[in-house]
Design a protein. Structure first.
Length: 333
């Protein structure tokens, strides 16, 4: 939705609250000038909304008495899809402005639903529980997300102000190749003019966005998802890991997400090249896959695998010697 369209609908929301609104009040609430407010009123009239104009020093606009928007006609399945979709967007970090926008959108949808269906959906939201925690990540700005999407579609270069992980701020001229939502965050990938290379940026670290000069062509073989997840996997960790998995490439690709690392064919199975901060966690992950494997590097990972095997054997031995509870005959009822 474009910003002017959103403001026209926001003006309709204000008028629906009842009473007359002065042009100055509407301009202040919408963040536009009075001339633009009058143009918005004309748009609403063209859409068939009965707007009444009161001229004079204290004039303004109001909806014709008795007018209400008709109920939003959704089937039960459609209403559930909308409400749960908004809730999921908030919990996963997909929403752009946190829970305030989601709550506002849910309130608007609920207000125009038939009363019975609205009450049932309210019961669902108050009863349903979710095992997935709310994403702790900072949401991307709506203007940033929409601006980058427009630039990508129009193949138009943009200039962003970006803060990296170390807190360093810089201005980057970027050809936007694609947007990706991954693990609770929005990312943009494209050609960074200052680095003369394809780079990936987090949207929540973009402080400003403005149109640049020039246009571009996206490489035919570029895949934004691959660029983002491989870039995340390539972030420098404490340990470089190479392991041969005794399975097929198809099975490995099915079980391991692309962000885990790079998979390639090997004479003895599949070579997994990845990075890890903690080798004990890497040992547990490899053991949990259920495939035989051989650690190529680092040697310290072999030691962690042996230590894990010793702990598992000790646990199995304790289980074998522990007395089992006696199960007596079942008494007849």
């Amino acid at each position: 939705m474009t910003r002017p369209t959103a403001r026209v609908l926001a003006m309709l929301e204000l008028l629906q609250a009842g009473g007359q609104r002065t042009v100055g009040e509407l301009a202040s609430r919408l963040g536009v000038d009075e001339r633009t407010v009058r143009r918005y009123a004309e748009h609403l009239t063209d859409l068939g909304i009965p707007i009444q104009a009161q001229r004079g020093r204290y004039g303004g606009y109001r909806l014709s008495p008795g007018y209400k928007l008709p109920p939003l006609m959704l089937t039960d399945d459609e209403a559930i899809a909308v409400v749960l979709g908004l809730t999921a967007a908030e919990r996963t970090g997909l929403a752009t402005t946190g829970d305030a926008a989601t709550a506002s959108a849910l309130a608007k949808v609920s207000r125009v639903l038939p009363r019975g269906l609205g009450e049932r959906l309210e019961s669902l939201l108050s009863t349903a529980q979710f095992t997935t925690p709310v994403s702790p990540t900072a949401p991307a700005g709506a203007d940033t997300l929409l601006g980058l999407a427009s630039a990508a579609q129009a193949r138009r270069t943009v200039v962003i102000t970006y803060t990296d992980w170390a807190g360093r701020e810089s201005r980057r001229e970027l050809d936007v190749y694609g947007l990706v939502f991954h693990s609770g965050r929005w990312y943009v990938s494209g050609h960074d003019h200052s680095r003369d290379d394809v780079r990936t940026f987090r949207l929540d670290r973009i402080a400003s966005l403005e149109q640049g000069a020039g246009s571009y062509v996206v490489p035919a073989d570029f895949d934004a998802t691959t660029q983002v997840v491989s870039g995340i996997a390539a972030v420098k960790w404490s340990h470089e890991v190479s392991v041969v998995l005794r399975t097929t490439l198809a099975e490995a690709a099915k079980r391991l997400p692309r962000s885990t690392g790079r998979l390639s064919e090997h004479a003895d199975g599949v070579l997994l090249e990845t990075r890890a901060e903690r080798l004990d966690g890497m040992a547990r992950m490899l053991a949990g896959l259920g495939w035989d494997f051989e650690v190529i590097t680092p040697a310290a990972l072999r030691e962690e695998v042996l230590a894990l095997a010793d702990r598992l054997r000790a646990s199995a031995a304790r289980s074998a010697v522990s007395p089992r509870p006696q199960v007596g005959p079942t008494s007849p009822s």
